[in-house]
Design a protein around this ligand. Structure first.
Ligand code: NAP
Length: 356
């Protein structure tokens, strides 16, 4: 599918952590971007996009669109051949009503965007931001894989609204997208499945779970030790670049795992201590699983989550993505260090190196 770069492209949720890098790369390449956000007048959320646009040469136009408002994407999509659908809530802590806060916007929002694509006769390709949690639900699911590693062939069949609701929102939205795409043949669907995205942010106003996950390393919650949890890590700039390649590589197809490598929480803690000193409450050891199991409900994680994730390895095969999109991934260690440094530079984390 050849995409004409002189036509505008649509980016939904354009102010987000990942999408901001995507917009930056598109504008720098001279592509005009139709960017949907929930509130184009909120300068805290969109000011950085306007700044990016000043550098050009691509032109940025902001549109207001909520995932749950039917028809909200029609105006922004008009004239676009390529649609990047990134908008979806990535909230992992403090969710009270998972159906309303996560699942509805993810599934109904995806249907809303793809139904707009069906109505818009210029659209040729849709790139959807799914996740590795579209591939697996709990780390324990890896035991059922043939080679002890997750690939694009696998699907998350174990999450639900009650158990791992964010994971469920992503797999259900991706499945809805494949179903809708198969009912027509004007546009094709290419899916990006990132692991935990880390690395420097262009916005300080994102509610992305990437920040919440990372803040655990400084808020003292891992001071006594970290649970043995592995995270599949990828750099935000690589994820944005994978979207670009998925959009503009005519032969690109299917799902794409974007993970540089898996690291345990303890390995991340050790790396951060080595680079940023011992003034922060980085974990020094792994907690025994039974302790995590006992304490889980008091720190907002269920015992079912602990049983099926703590102590279970988590590995991803990124070879299809490297081949199909011609991607190479930055070392996860560099993304972690740069992310932490940037949170210090932005004043989100206090610089304790001098004090240490
Ligand atoms: P983010 O910064 O929070 O971006 C999410 C975007 O979705 C924001 O623009 C947000 O708008 C928008 N959004 C949420 N609910 C909406 C609604 N009801 N209507 C319209 N827009 C809505 O998080 P991110 O990390 O960049 O995530 C972007 C995508 O990547 C998501 O699909 C996420 O599931 C996926 N992903 C992220 C990771 C990761 O580790 N970060 C990993 C795998 C996949 P507001 O700013 O107005 O809230």
């Amino acid at each position: 599918m050849n995409i004409d770069k002189s036509r505008p492209v649509l980016v939904t949720g354009a102010n987000g952590y990942i999408a901001s890098w995507l917009v930056k790369y598109l504008l720098a390449d001279g592509v005009d971007v139709h960017a949907t956000v929930r509130n184009p007048d909120d300068d805290k959320k969109v000011g950085h996009l306007k700044k990016l646009a000043e550098a050009g040469p691509g032109k940025l136009t902001l549109f207001k669109a909520d995932l749950l408002a039917e028809g909200a994407f029609d105006e922004a999509m008009a004239g676009c051949e390529l649609v990047f659908h990134t908008a979806s809530p990535f909230v992992i802590m403090g969710v009270k009503d998972a159906q309303k806060e996560l699942v509805d916007p993810a599934i109904k929002g995806t249907r809303n965007v793809l139904e707009a694509a069906n109505r818009c006769d210029t659209v040729k390709r849709v790139v959807l931001t799914s996740s590795v949690v579209g591939i697996y639900g709990d780390a324990a699911d890896m035991r059922a894989t043939q080679n002890g590693i997750f690939t694009e062939q696998h699907w998350n069949t174990t999450s639900s609204v009650e158990h791992q609701p964010y994971n469920y929102s992503k797999v259900a939205a991706e499945q809805a997208a494949w179903d809708i795409s198969k009912q027509q043949n004007r546009w094709d669907l290419v899916v990006i499945n990132p692991g935990l995205v880390l690395g420097p942010s262009l916005t300080t106003a994102s509610a992305s779970g990437s920040f919440a996950t990372f803040k655990q390393f400084v808020n003292g919650s891992l001071k006594m030790g970290a649970p043995m949890l592995e995270l599949g890590i990828v750099d935000v700039r690589d994820v944005a670049m994978a979207h670009i390649k998925a959009g503009f590589t005519p032969s690109a197809s299917g799902r794409h795992i974007c993970v540089s490598k898996s690291m345990t929480m303890l390995e991340i803690g050790r790396l951060l201590r080595e680079k940023f000193g011992s003034g922060y409450p980085f974990p020094k050891k792994e907690l025994p699983k039974f302790m995590v199991w006992m304490a889980g409900p008091f720190s907002g994680i269920t015992r079912k989550f602990v049983s099926l994730n703590v102590g279970h390895p988590l590995k991803f095969d990124n070879s299809y993505t490297r081949k199909d999109l011609g991607m190479e991934f930055r070392p996860a260690e560099a993304s972690i260090v740069e992310f932490f440094q940037q949170l210090i530079d932005d004043g989100v984390i206090r610089d304790k190196r001098k004090a240490a």
